[in-house]
Design a protein around this ligand. Structure first.
Ligand code: ATP
Length: 330
């Protein structure tokens, strides 16, 4: 299968800042790909490199196998949906959506028909005459999506497109975006700093740290099998154990992660570890118990209905040995 987008040892420097640092990447055609990472880790710069608004300092980018070295943004079959939507306030919704066709010189009737089709696709039938100011945040987001799709891009770039929406709408739009991507079969590259969003929507996730990719994999790869300490910290709610503690927990002297839901309290006389309860947090679906063990805090998730120890109590802990996941120190 051809990759939709490939980065070959791509760097982008701004003065002394290495915004993107020696990145190799292949994004499968027709997939939903998330770029996840903290603020300033290089995600947006990567999107801009794909769209052509930014050029690599070194390295090369291919889109559907073609080297993009001299290809301007408007010839890349790529479009972008921005977080602030960038709609034209004076134009109605239909003209906003049809804008890309107008620029291409498509005649008025065809543009309008196509705009109406796209409005229907994003469930905004009948909204064509409204101005952006007369729409809710979620509706504006859909207009921005329709507008970005009107030129039939082969790759759609989405830069924190749900960032301005409240949590409930955000979750609804996550499901809609995923469904739309499946239906259209085009490649979506989605930037977010929200790990839940990346894990719930993407087929594959690249976790960025400081201009570099710390790990690329399926949501389960990065959540259940984080390659590095950074990934475990950023993506999961795992306990991240320093080498000495891993060793006292029966593993080799390496960094490891151990998920709170993998640990159980035990009354056995030879538990794997013992901890003193320092805090309890009721979550509805269970209780998160913080314990101090070997100078380190570790969390245990107790499912609803199971007994919860008291603060100050010393409890034995156990887990399946396979739950101790070893990592690189990075
Ligand atoms: P955010 O989630 O906050 O948008 P990001 O992961 O998208 O962050 P980038 O916007 O790609 O990060 O920025 C990566 C680094 O490059 C940052 O340190 C940023 O300040 C720097 N940077 C980005 N664009 C420029 C520019 N045009 N000039 C100078 N520095 C830049």
């Amino acid at each position: 299968m051809t990759a939709a987008v490939e980065f070959h040892n791509v760097s982008r420097h701004f003065g002394t800042v290495r915004a993107v640092d020696r990145v190799d990447l292949a994004i499968d055609e027709g997939s939903f790909f998330a770029m996840l990472g903290p603020s300033g880790s290089g995600k947006t710069t990567c999107l801009r490199l794909i769209s052509g608004f930014e050029k690599p300092t070194t390295g090369s980018i291919r889109i559907f196998g073609e080297d993009m070295g001299d290809v301007p943004p408007n010839r890349r079959h790529v479009n972008t949906v921005f977080q602030d939507y960038a709609l034209f306030p004076h134009m109605n919704v239909r003209d906003n959506v049809a804008y890309g066709l107008m620029v291409k010189g498509v005649e008025r009737r065809t543009r309008h028909e196509r705009a109406e089709e796209l409005l229907s696709l994003v469930k905004l039938d009948g909204f064509g005459e409204r101005k952006p100011a007369q729409l809710s945040g979620g509706q504006r987001q859909r207009v921005a999506l329709a507008r970005a799709l009107v030129n039939e891009p082969r790759v759609l770039l989405l830069d924190e497109p749900l960032g301005a929406l409240d949590l409930k709408l955000r979750e609804a739009m996550q499901d809609e975006l995923k469904a739309l991507q499946r239906r259209l079969g085009i490649t979506f590259v989605f930037v977010t700093h929200d790990q839940g969003e990346a894990l719930s929507m993407a087929d594959r996730v690249a976790v960025f740290n400081d201009g570099r990719i710390a790990q690329v994999g399926t949501p389960s790869d990065v959540y259940d099998r984080p390659a590095t300490r950074f990934v475990a910290d950023f993506v999961g709610s795992s306990n991240v154990l320093p080498p000495d503690l891993t060793r006292s927990f029966g593993g080799p002297r390496l960094w490891a992660s151990l998920r709170p839901e993998s640990i159980r309290f035990t009354g056995a006389s030879d538990p794997k570890a013992k901890g003193r309860v320092t805090a309890l947090r009721y979550l509805g679906s269970g209780t998160r118990v913080a314990l101090e063990t070997g100078g380190q805090e570790i969390a245990v998730l107790v499912p609803a209905g199971a007994p919860v120890p008291d603060i100050g109590e010393v409890s034995g802990l156990t887990w399946d040995p396979a739950a101790l996941h070893l990592m690189e120190d990075a």
